[in-house]
Design a protein around this ligand. Structure first.
Ligand code: GDP
Ligand code: GDP
Length: 450
């Protein structure tokens, strides 16, 4: 296994380093020891947060020494820890405010090569406001506001640390599995009642396992069904179908039906990697379909849209183009969601649909190699530099992919809060086009460094 990335917590005594350490590591490994003179040079532990593993070093433990000067031993210990860390988490006490010792630590942290994330701890409540402002003046950017004791702000902290601890090597093992095209595809089929979901699923399964009929609402339970699909090369691929029986429930009131459908669709979406929204070609696209599609994308799932009952469609080409156009206009977040014509009754287009689902999952699971990502970033920013509101240019410095499924990125820069939404869209669309994400939802967060 690759070496875990290391986070070193530094700061003067009593700012809450041990408390934070305990919270991150989850066990009381770093017992707060009140006995004077007990050397607690450092403690280490493994933290697991939101899917990432890293090692935490706590450099606490010099309460017995004069708090107004920087003791040599503390400095040596801290320097050693910071030297081997991927990122130093510099903790100050927002209640006490910035003290001379904090400033001294800040000075020598600035001269180290390790990236620094500044956090103002004990930030709960109003008593912390002044201290947060003072922390800002340390020159490490906006401090992450944290309450180690109450567990507040740990998510923000994690996000700030993420670019420094999310090493690709460390995920290799897992990524191989995630990107494995032969892993069972988790597929949900959603759509309004009568769109043909049961018929489609029966078709896939090659047997009448679900009962279909002209009446909406025959199946009662939601089920997952594993089946096998033979691809073009004759290879067997595993598919796990997540069926949303609830969507077929009969409802007298149209309004009620709409609510029911969306809620049920989302339940299935939770479990799926790829979602197929099935439309009835004889009815076309309605606002409810767009709502479901929107939510699927919001949930970060890959989406395909299939126009069913193609066998009985009138004016197929104008119908297809009409739905395509309505999708482009109606789905603002993602352009170019694949639209396929199928017939659950005759089987037409179904192999293409499953094939497209596997392809979409591959894009959704993809990790862009760092070099390729950096080259894209340079090209995109060169071709269309960010604007300069008030004559001051917004600087975008670097990009990092924090995860896949769905692909999620952070771009660091200065004054990013002033970046117009249209520019963010430009970046996301460019990424989709040039990095091969197609129409899968891509998430982008902008952050000021440190
Ligand atoms: P260290 O010397 O930097 O390791 O600091 P400790 O973790 O031992 O914490 C010092 C004191 O601050 C303890 O009394 C903690 O209970 C308290 N403390 C830690 N985090 C917080 C916090 O978020 N809010 C408040 N109000 N107190 C905290
Ligand atoms: P569900 O409510 O979405 O599960 O829809 P069903 O699978 O129960 O289908 C509703 C009706 O549409 C049934 O009468 C099906 O026979 C019919 N149907 C489903 N798929 C097709 C198709 O591809 N072509 C035609 N002509 N009818 C279909």
């Amino acid at each position: 296994m690759a070496k875990l990335p290391i986070v070193a917590i530094v700061g003067r005594p009593n700012v809450g380093k041990s408390t934070l350490f305990n919270r991150l590591v989850g066990k009381k490994l770093a017992l707060v020891d009140d006995r004077p003179g007990v050397t607690r040079d450092r403690r280490e532990g493994d933290a697991h947060l939101l899917g990432l593993d890293f090692r935490v070093i706590d450099t606490a433990g010099y309460e017995d020494e004069d708090p107004d000067t920087l003791p040599g031993r503390m400095r040596r210990q801290t320097e050693a820890a910071v030297g081997e860390a991927d990122v130093a988490l510099f903790l100050v006490d927002a209640r006490a405010g910035v003290m001379p010792l904090d400033e001294e630590i800040a000075r020598w942290l600035r001269s180290s090569d390790t990236p620094i994330v500044l956090a103002a701890n004990k930030a709960e409540g109003r008593a912390a406001e002044q201290g947060i402002l003072e922390a800002l003046a340390l020159g490490f950017g906006d401090p992450v506001q944290l309450s180690a004791e109450h567990g507040e702000g740990v998510g923000d902290l994690f996000e700030a640390l993420l670019p420094f601890i999310d090493r690709e090597e460390d995920e290799e093992e897992e990524e191989v599995d995630l990107e494995n095209p032969y892993a069972p595809l988790k597929l949900a089929i959603v759509g309004r009642p009568n769109a043909g979901k049961s018929t489609l699923i029966n078709r896939f399964l090659g047997q009448d396992r679900l009962i279909t009929g002209p009446e909406a609402g025959i199946t009662r339970d939601s089920i997952a069904i594993d089946w096998e699909w033979r691809d073009r090369d004759g290879e067997i691929r595993q598919v796990r179908l997540i069926d949303t029986a609830g969507m077929r429930k009969k409802a007298k009131v149209q309004d009620k039906l709409e609510k029911l459908s969306v809620a049920d669709a989302l339940r299935a979406v939770d479990f799926a990697e790829v979602v197929v929204l099935l439309l009835d070609a004889t009815l076309g696209l309605e606002s409810q379909d767009l709502r479901i599609a929107d939510r699927v994308l919001e949930e970060g799932r890959a989406l395909l849209i299939a126009l069913n009952k193609w066998d009985v469609a009138e004016n197929p080409s104008s119908l297809f183009n009409g739905v395509k156009k309505a999708l482009e206009d109606g789905l603002s977040q993602v352009k170019g969601v694949p639209l396929l014509a199928v017939s659950a009754a005759t089987g037409k287009g179904l192999d293409t649909l499953i094939e497209a689902a596997f392809e979409t999952r591959a894009a959704w699971s993809k990790r862009v190699p760092t070099g390729e990502l950096n080259r894209w970033f340079e090209r995109a920013v060169d071709a269309n530099p960010p604007p300069a509101p008030g004559g001051k240019r917004i600087k975008l410095r670097y990009v990092t992919q924090i995860k896949s499924r769905p692909p999620s990125f952070v771009i660091f820069g200065t004054r990013v809060d002033q970046l117009p939404a249209s520019y963010e869209r430009y970046l996301v669309n460019s990424m989709r086009r040039e990095l091969g994400f197609g129409a899968v939802p891509v998430r982008l967060t902008l952050r000021a460094p440190k």
